[in-house]
Design a protein around this ligand. Structure first.
Ligand SMILES: Cc1ncc(COP(=O)(O)O)c(C=O)c1O
Length: 387
């Protein structure tokens, strides 16, 4: 049976070149990057090269790159590191209702600790409401955290406008760019953000390694205390193989960005357009224009997303319903709910997320299987009638 992977927003396969680059740092140059001997120094040199590779991809300086254990830790550090640090200036944080749980749960905890958080809603196009964001800003606002690309719909958030607002009010701006880096051009200077989260396993790097970009001059309370690693911003012996893997993944992503934009967008668009044409009562959730090239979130009226997912899985195709991070729970997607998708359509929604490893044959196979699968489910449904 063919095996086709369309769940790249959950995680991506490691690029073989990434794995090759990592190998020596398990077996030969396994030293602690803080050690003075040759083993340590070789590890440190590789780590610093990786720092430059990451910085290069996002238009940052090397010193602005802090290695973490992934997107979740980067998001936690941005919020929990900054909010208490800035407490003297105010206690208000602005975020959105469509953020990843790594932001939402952290904000809820900060609320318990005396911070006030405004959750800006999003419109039907999947983008946050700029007018509400602007009106939410107070004198006590110390931080705005808005994601760059939404993980469920792929919608690109209007960060340019948000950073203008933040600048003019002298408020720090963090963005969770976990689903943006390596997929669309990301330049921290052009975006004018103060902090940015990214994660290696979303761009063909290994799991368990990520970065918090911290603009020069921005200070925060580190989450982990211990040794002086990462210029006192994140204690703990560095994950050198992971860091080297992330650096290589970033270099490959930079080289492949144009191809990604063209080829992956082409595959996604063909998938989406053909599905909309061939499957009645199917619709796209979120904007079809302001969107990263690799994601389509589709609803099939009269179907159950979980049943569709399982049936596709039996036929070798991996997709997800709602957010993979909350899969296992049958809670309807908080993002689709927030952008006003009716609940029956939320329950019949599937996210297809592509990567540069996907091929035309992958899309052909899906297009062969999906219409029949949706058709069979609807035949079994006592409620579905074609409109
Ligand atoms: C937008 C977004 N932020 C944060 C994360 C968490 O990243 P990690 O898995 O590296 O902790 C994810 C992962 O799904 C994500 O999609």
């Amino acid at each position: 049976m063919r095996r086709v992977y369309f769940d790249n927003n959950a995680t991506t396969p490691v690029d073989p070149l990434v794995l090759e680059a990592m190998k020596p740092f398990f077996l030969e140059d396994f030293g602690n990057a803080s050690s003075i001997h040759g083993f340590g120094q070789r590890a440190r040199a590789a780590m610093e090269q990786a720092r430059r590779q990451v910085a290069d991809l996002i238009g940052a300086q090397s010193q602005e790159i802090v290695f973490t254990s992934g997107g979740t830790e980067s998001d936690n550090t941005a919020l929990r590191g900054l909010a208490p640090y800035l407490r003297d200036r105010g206690n208000h944080i602005v975020t959105s209702s469509i953020e990843h749980p790594a932001i939402l749960r952290t904000c809820e905890q900060l609320e318990k600790e005396g911070f006030e958080v405004t959750y800006v809603p999003a419109g039907k196009d999947g983008a946050i409401r700029l007018d509400v964001l602007e009106a939410a800003i107070k004198d006590r606002t110390i931080l705005i955290s808005i994601m760059y690309v939404n993980n469920e719909t792929g919608t690109i958030q209007p960060l340019g406008r948000i950073s203008e607002l933040a600048r003019s009010r002298k408020i720090l701006l963090h963005t969770d760019a976990v689903q943006a880096v390596g997929k669309i051009p990301v330049d921290v200077k052009k975006l004018n953000v103060d902090l940015l989260s990214l994660s290696a396993h979303k761009l063909h790097g290994p799991k368990g390694i990520g970065v918090l970009y911290v603009r020069r001059g921005v200070r925060f309370n580190p989450l982990f205390l211990g040794g002086p690693h990462e210029r006192n911003r994140r204690a703990g012996t560095e994950n050198v193989p992971g860091i080297v893997g992330l650096g290589t993944a970033c270099e490959l992503a930079k080289q492949g960005l144009e191809d990604f934009e063209k080829r992956v967008r082409g595959l996604r668009d063909r998938l989406e357009n053909t599905v909309l044409e061939q499957i009645p009562d199917s619709s796209v959730n979120g904007s079809r224009t302001e969107r990263a090239p690799h994601v389509t979130n589709l609803s099939f009226r009269g179907t159950e997303g979980e049943a569709l997912l399982i049936s596709l899985d039996f036929q070798g195709i991996a997709v997800s319903t709602g957010s993979a991070c909350s899969s296992g729970s049958l809670e309807p997607s908080h993002v689709l709910r927030a952008i006003g998708v009716p609940s029956d359509l939320i329950h019949g929604s599937i996210r297809f997320s592509l990567s540069r490893m996907n091929t035309t044959e992958d899309v052909d196979y899906l297009l062969e299987v999906l219409p029949k699968t949706v058709g069979r489910m609807r035949e079994m449904s006592p409620l579905y009638k074609e409109r």
